[in-house]
Every structure is written in structure tokens, then in C-alpha cells.
Design a protein around this ligand. Structure first.
Ligand SMILES: C[S@@+](CC[C@H](N)C(=O)[O-])C[C@H]1O[C@@H](n2cnc3c(N)ncnc32)[C@H](O)[C@@H]1O
Length: 241
């Protein structure tokens, strides 16, 4: 099992810090893409790196879903957020579920956490292996190098009457890996203010490599420049016969 990538303890702040994100709108866009590209008849959907389950809640009524993530803390929250969906802890680099699906989703840059090109190749092969013929995989990538700005400061904040959070980082890079030391300052009612540092390292993968690995894995591969979030794009793969 690969090292846990967000500390279990920090998972409880994830939904607060990403409360700006419109998961419902993204799910509607993804459903349109599934309708356009999917050629298989079934409705089995796998989400890998599902985080706290914020996308899967919009799919559970239309599909038979399974959701996986590598981090136990995220899954504990996902199970509370979304009832009636099976969640399973699994590392996408070594994914072997013994079942195939009509849709595989890997969203919000999670693919970047595999970090290296050999891991990326393995992971894409795993996605293809878990698809039925005519099934579709949708991968929302992390930034590619040409649109990643080194040295810029980032801040995300959250507050309600019992909790205040500030998360700050400077975007850094080592070769093709972006590195963020996320500094959290957390103030919660009747506790001392706490400071955590959570390091995130994500591979910046180029469309050429992504598309080549997808084709090699037996997928008809597309890169859409305009995806769900600015500057990231979206990869779509359809499993060939
Ligand atoms: C930025 S979050 C995205 C979560 C969710 N998809 C969303 O849209 O909110 C990245 C997720 O990838 C998961 N992750 C990172 N590396 C992983 C791996 N090798 N296998 C499975 N999950 C992984 C993390 O635990 C985290 O939940």
C-alpha cells in the first residue's frame, strides 16, 4: 500500500476547505460525457480516489456504484456522507477488484498522486483492465507543467462559529513533480490553535504521455482541453474490442 497521501486526521477538514466546489454541476457534465462516449450497455460505475464521496452521491441513483480510495480517513467520512454505497480502501496503482465496470472515474487531480510515469502507466492499465468493452474512463488530471506556476502563494480559508481554518502553501516543483507543503492553522472551540504541515507531491503529466499510455492499454483516447476546472482538461478513454 502506498503511503497515505492526506493524513487521516486532516480528512475531516477536506469538505470544509472545498465547500466552494460545485460537485453537482461537475457530475452533470460527467453524465453528459458518459452518455456521449459509452458504448457498453451496463450501468456499473467505479470511482477510484473518491475522497469523501462528493461526486458519487450524484451517481448512486443512476448507476450501480463502487467507490474506492487509498486513504482510510477520507473513506470514513465518505461512508457518513453517502449512505447505501459500498466503499473500499484500495491503491489505484495496484488496483485488482476482480470485477469490470461500464464507467471508471478518477477526478479532481487524484491521478497526480501516482507521481511517476511508471506508476501512471500501471494505473491507466488498471483502469482499462476494470472496464467492459465499450466502457468509458474519465480522468481529470492535475496541471501539466506548462500551466503550473512555481513559487506562487496559495491560501484557502474556512470559517464558522466553532471552526476557523487557514491553509497556506507555496507551489514548488522538483522536476516533473509539483510539491506543496500545506500549512494548516486550525482553531476549534475550546481547543488550542493547532498547526499541521501536510506535504502533497503530484506528478505533472503531459497529454502525450497520458494519451500514449491510454492507447497502449487498449483505449480509444481523447483529451478535452476544457474540462471541469480551469487549465486541467479531461481525458476520456473508451475500451476497444
Ligand atoms: C484531491 S483528492 C480528490 C478526491 C475526490 N475525487 C474529490 O473530487 O473530491 C485526491 C484523493 O486521491 C486519493 N489518493 C491519492 N493517492 C491514491 C492512490 N494511490 N490510490 C487511491 N487513492 C489515492 C487521496 O486519498 C484523496 O482522497
Amino acid at each position: 500500500m502506498q503511503k497515505e497521501l492526506a493524513h487521516n486526521d486532516l480528512a475531516k477538514y477536506y469538505d470544509l476547505l472545498y465547500s466552494w466546489k460545485d460537485y453537482g454541476k461537475e457530475a452533470r457534465t460527467i453524465k453528459q460525457l458518459i452518455k456521449k462516449y459509452k458504448k457498453s450497455d451496463g450501468k456499473d460505475l467505479l470511482e477510484v480516489a473518491c475522497g469523501t464521496g462528493k461526486h458519487i452521491q450524484y451517481f448512486k441513483n443512476d448507476f450501480s456504484v463502487l467507490a474506492t480510495d487509498g486513504n482510510k480517513g477520507m473513506l470514513d467520512i465518505a461512508r457518513k456522507n453517502v449512505r447505501g454505497v459500498p466503499f473500499k480502501q484500495a491503491d489505484m496503482v495496484h488496483l485488482r477488484l476482480g470485477k469490470t465496470f461500464d464507467v471508471v472515474l478518477c477526478l479532481f487531480s487524484s491521478i497526480g498522486y501516482v507521481k511517476t510515469l511508471p506508476n501512471l502507466e500501471k494505473t491507466i492499465k488498471n483502469f482499462a483492465r476494470h472496464l467492459n468493452v465499450g466502457g468509458v474512463v474519465i480522468i481529470e488530471p492535475w496541471f501539466r507543467k506548462s500551466v503550473y506556476e512555481v513559487g506562487s502563494p496559495h491560501m484557502t480559508t474556512y470559517e464558522d462559529k466553532d471552526t476557523k481554518i487557514a491553509r497556506l502553501a507555496i507551489s514548488e516543483a522538483r522536476g516533473n513533480v509539483s510539491v506543496f507543503d500545506m500549512h494548516y492553522l486550525v482553531a476549534e472551540r475550546n481547543k488550542e490553535v493547532r498547526h499541521f504541515v501536510d506535504r502533497h507531491e503530484l506528478g505533472m503529466f503531459e497529454p502525450n504521455d497520458m494519451l500514449a499510455f491510454m492507447k497502449k492499454a487498449g483505449l480509444e483516447a481523447h483529451f478535452l482541453k476544457n474540462g471541469l476546472l480551469k487549465d486541467r482538461g479531461l481525458y476520456i478513454g473508451v475500451k476497444k474490442n
